[in-house]
Each structure stands twice: as structure tokens, then as C-alpha cells.
Ligand binder design. Sequence first.
Ligand code: DQA
Length: 141
Amino acid sequence: MKNIIIINGPNLNLLGKRETSIYGDVSFENYLVELKKSYPAFQIDYYQSNIEGEIIDKLQEVGFSYSGIILNAAAYTHTSVGIADAISAIETPVIEVHISNIYSREEIRHKSLISKNVQGVICGFGLKSYDLAIQSFTKDE
Ligand code: DQA
């Protein structure tokens, strides 16, 4: 069985309540229940933190044993050399995900410091972006 972890960064614990016109009105916990049902062949773990160092710790912890990492680093996408370096340091492939289309938003969001170190980027499909990322791991099944 493939084990995948979804790692969500700062403020994504507020999905469903936060800026619903951009991020939707479904909490991630509720979405995750449905996502897991769609992929019974995968073990899908979930971790969320508002703290940069904790995200780095989690990447290091899972990055040599899991089959795939789906990372929405949220605001740290645009600022964190530390998370970018952690992605380079580990072996597990990372897919970068964003709920919104970061390229249609403010200019500060157009730059991702992590994109050059990931296997691929999916953004702009709402919560479905996570589903599409999992699909990218099914191609090796
Ligand atoms: C986000 C986009 C980021 O710019 C923002 O800081 C987030 C969420 C997204 O999923 O669309 O918190 O990563």
C-alpha cells in the first residue's frame, strides 16, 4: 500500500471559515473524509501546522519512508528557503498544491520558492487540487 501525507501550512486549519470566497466553505477535515473514501488503496495521513519549523520537522520525518508528499505550504510558499531546502534534502517526491490560482492573485503570491524543488505543481482547482495531486501518484500503480 502506498502511504501519502498531506501537509498543510499556516491558516489552512481555518479552511471552511477563512476567506470563503477564495478557499470555499468546506473544512479540510470534512474534505479529507471524502478524499480517503475515493482512494481506499492509499494510506493518506494528514498534518497541519502554522509553524515553519514544524513543517520542516515533518518533511524530514516522513521524507525517507513515505511514497509521496502533498504540500500546501500556504504563505510559506512565498517566503521559506528553509522549506525549499528541506524538500531538496529528502527523497520522497513532493507535489506542491494550492487551492487558489496563485498566479491570478496579488504579485507577492506569484513567486514560489519551493516550486523548483518539487515534482509538480497543481493550483487553482479549489480543494480538488489535492485530489489531482493524489491522482499523479496513481500513475505508478
Ligand atoms: C494558498 C495560497 C497562498 O498564497 C496563501 O498564502 C495560502 C493558501 C492556496 O492554497 O491557495 O494561505 O497556498
